[in-house]
Write a protein that binds this ligand. Structure first.
Ligand SMILES: [Zn+2]
Ligand SMILES: [Zn+2]
Length: 542
C-alpha cells in the first residue's frame, strides 16, 4: 500500500503503518462473503508460553505488537494491546535451570506446578514475574495481561467452547483439509485435566455426550521423554474450566473472546496449513468472527544460530540493558520483519551507528536525496525511540575508545572536549554510553578493539629507519599546528609519500608504538583523543 505525499512522490509506508491502514480499512471476512462489523477498539493480541526461559528473542513478539499498537494510535483510532500468558499449556521439557525431579510434572499445566525456586505460588507465576519485570521497559503501551488458566476457570470462553464442541464435525472438516493424516469422525478438540493426577497432556478423550467428555489418562511420548499417565478413567465438563481446547480451536476462541483485530506470528505460521490459518478459518466459519489481520516475522539468531541454553548463547534482557538501551532493541526488531535477524555481540557498535544515523535523519541533521528512504528512516526511528530523544553526540565506538584511554572521568571529558565531542548538556548521556561501552569491552568485544595505551615505547619493538622518519614527521606536524581528524588523516598520506613507505607499514608502526599492537582505532581521531603531547612524547622516542 502506498500514499502520495505533497510532492506527488510515492511514499512507501513503514510496515506497521501499512498494517494499521489494512486493519482499519478492511471490509470483508477472509473465508466467507460477509461484511466486517465495526470495531470500537482495535485489539492486538500477543502471548507468551511460560515453559522456557525469557530471552531477548522472546521480546520480539511483544515489541513488534507494541509497534503495531503505536501505529494504530497514531492513525487516531482506539487501540488496545493485550498480553496473554499461555499458562494452561503443559510442561513439555525441563529447562536447564529447573531441577530434574520436575520430570514428574511433565504434561501438567504450568500453573499447577510448584515454583522450582519456591518464591511464587506456581511455576507459571515465577516465569510470569520474570516477564513482568522486563516487559514494561520494552513496550510503550499499557498492556492488559491475561492468564489462560484464569480465563478457563472464570468461564470466559464458555460461549465459544460450546459452539466449538457443538460444531466439532465442522472443525474436524476444516482441519482435515490441511492434513494428510485425517482426523477420524468423533474427534473432540478438548483436553481435560486428569482429575486423578492433574496432567493434561495424558488425557485421551473417548466421546462427548450430554455435555461431558469421557477420557482415560495414558502415557504421552515427547521427543525424548514420556509424561506418565495414571490410567484413570473419568468424565469432564468442558464448561467447568478444568481443561483446555486443542490449539487448533483455542486460538480461534481467544480471537473471538477478545475481538482481536491483529496478531502477528513467527514466519513458520505463514504456510497455509499452519495453526494460524486453520484457526482463522475456524474463527470465521464456526465462530462467525473475522480473522485478525496477520503479520509474520523472522526469529532472532545469535551469530547465525538459534538461541538455546544448551549452546550457551542465550541473551537475557538484563544482559542487553547492561550494554544497550531498550530503544536499540526496539529499533533492531522494527527495522525489518522478514529478513533473518542475526545478532552478534561484536557487531553492537554497528547497530549503534545505524541507530545514530537514523536519529540524525530524524532530527533533520542529515538529509537524503532519496526522500522515500529519508521518510522511512525517520518513521522507523520515531516509532522505536520512545518519547525522549537523548542524543549523546559520540558514537559507541568512540565511547569504547575513550573509555580505554583513561579510567578517569575528567581525563575523558578533556579528551572529548579536544575532539569536539563534548557538550556539558549531554554529559549524562555521554557517560551512560561510555559505561555501557566499558561493559561491552569487558564482556563481548573482539580482541582487536581492545587496547592499552603504552607509557613507554615497547622495548623489543624494531622499526625501520623510514618508519621512524615518518613518525618523527608526525611529531613535527603535531607541534606545528592544530589538526582536525580529516586534515591529520590527509597529512599521514603526505608523510608516507614523502618518506616513501607503504601506508600499511606506517600505521602498523604507529599502533605498535602507541598500543604495542599491529592494529587499533582509526589513527587520526585516536591521536587527537589521546592528546598530542602524549603522542609526541612516544613518537619522539621511537
Ligand atoms: Zn518464584
Ligand atoms: Zn491421570
Amino acid at each position: 500500500m502506498s500514499k502520495n505525499n505533497k510532492n506527488g512522490e510515492e511514499k512507501e509506508l513503514f510496515w506497521a503503518d501499512q498494517l494499521a491502514q489494512q486493519i482499519v480499512s478492511r471490509e470483508k471476512f477472509h473465508y466467507i462473503d460477509k461484511k466486517i462489523p465495526k470495531f470500537d477498539v482495535f485489539t492486538i493480541r500477543t502471548s507468551a508460553s511460560l515453559s522456557g526461559i525469557l530471552h531477548i528473542g522472546r521480546l520480539s513478539d511483544t515489541i513488534r505488537h507494541d509497534t503495531v499498537y503505536s501505529a494504530l494510535k497514531e492513525a487516531k483510532v482506539k487501540a488496545k494491546l493485550i498480553w496473554v500468558a499461555e499458562d494452561m499449556d503443559p510442561l513439555r521439557k525441563i529447562p536447564s535451570n529447573v531441577p530434574e525431579e520436575y520430570e514428574k510434572y511433565l504434561g501438567m499445566p504450568v500453573t499447577d506446578i510448584p515454583d522450582p525456586n519456591g518464591c511464587h505460588s506456581s511455576y507459571a507465576d515465577h516465569f510470569k514475574a520474570d516477564y513482568f519485570k522486563v516487559i514494561d521497559e520494552f513496550v510503550s503501551a499499557k498492556m492488559e495481561k491475561f492468564s489462560m488458566r484464569e480465563e478457563y476457570k472464570k468461564g470466559n470462553f464458555n460461549k465459544y467452547i460450546k459452539k466449538i464442541l457443538e460444531k466439532a464435525d465442522e472443525v474436524r472438516e476444516i482441519q482435515n483439509r490441511y492434513r494428510t493424516n485425517k482426523l477420524a469422525k468423533g474427534f473432540i478438540p478438548w483436553k481435560p485435566i486428569c482429575e486423578n493426577c492433574g496432567k493434561i497432556i495424558t488425557t485421551n478423550v473417548k466421546e462427548f455426550s450430554n455435555g461431558v467428555v469421557k477420557y482415560q489418562c495414558k502415557d504421552y511420548e515427547f521427543e525424548t521423554t514420556t509424561a506418565i499417565g495414571c490410567n484413570h478413567k473419568g468424565e469432564n465438563d468442558p464448561l467447568k474450566g478444568n481443561g483446555k481446547l486443542l490449539w487448533k480451536s483455542e486460538w480461534a476462541v481467544e480471537w473471538a473472546r477478545w475481538k482481536v483485530a491483529c496478531e502477528g506470528a513467527g514466519k513458520e505460521y505463514q504456510v497455509p496449513n499452519s495453526a494460524f490459518w486453520v484457526n482463522a478459518e475456524i474463527l470465521e466459519k464456526v465462530l462467525n468472527f473475522p480473522m485478525p489481520v496477520p503479520f509474520f516475522y523472522e526469529h532472532l539468531m545469535i551469530n547465525g544460530e538459534k538461541m538455546s541454553a544448551s549452546l550457551g548463547n542465550v541473551v537475557y534482557p538484563r544482559d542487553w540493558l547492561e550494554v544497550a538501551p531498550t530503544e536499540l532493541l526496539k529499533f533492531f526488531y522494527n527495522k525489518r520483519l522478514m529478513k533473518t535477524r542475526s545478532f552478534s555481540w561484536k557487531d553492537l557498535p554497528v547497530l549503534y551507528d545505524d541507530y545514530d544515523a537514523h536519529m540524525d535523519i530524524y532530527l533533520g541533521r542529515v538529509k537524503l536525496d532519496n526522500k522515500k528512504e529519508e521518510q522511512h528512516m525517520k518513521r522507523l526511528f520515531e516509532i522505536s525511540h520512545g518519547n525522549e530523544i537523548n542524543p549523546s553526540g559520540i558514537s559507541f565506538s568512540h565511547a569504547a575508545m575513550v573509555s580505554q584511554i583513561s579510567p578517569n572521568e575528567d581525563d575523558i571529558v578533556k579528551s572529548l572536549e579536544k575532539t569536539g565531542h563534548y557538550n556539558k548538556k549531554m554529559h549524562d548521556m555521554i557517560f551512560k554510553r561510555i559505561n555501557k561501552a566499558k561493559i561491552w569491552l569487558s564482556k563481548y568485544a573482539p580482541e582487536d578493539v581492545k587496547f592499552t595505551v603504552q607509557e613507554e615505547v615497547p622495548k623489543d619493538l624494531k622499526l625501520s629507519s623510514k618508519e621512524k622518519e615518518a613518525l618523527h614527521l608526525v611529531v613535527k606536524a603535531l607541534k606545528e599546528k592544530k589538526w582536525s581528524e580529516k586534515t591529520l588523516f590527509e597529512e599521514f598520506y603526505n608523510i608516507c609519500n614523502k618518506v616513501g613507505i607503504k601506508n600499511t607499514d606506517f600505521f602498523r608502526a604507529a599502533y605498535n608504538v602507541l598500543l604495542n599492537k599491529d592494529r587499533g582505532p582509526k589513527l587520526a581521531p585516536f591521536i587527537l583523543a589521546l592528546g598530542e603531547e602524549k603522542v609526541i612524547r612516544l613518537f619522539e622516542k621511537a
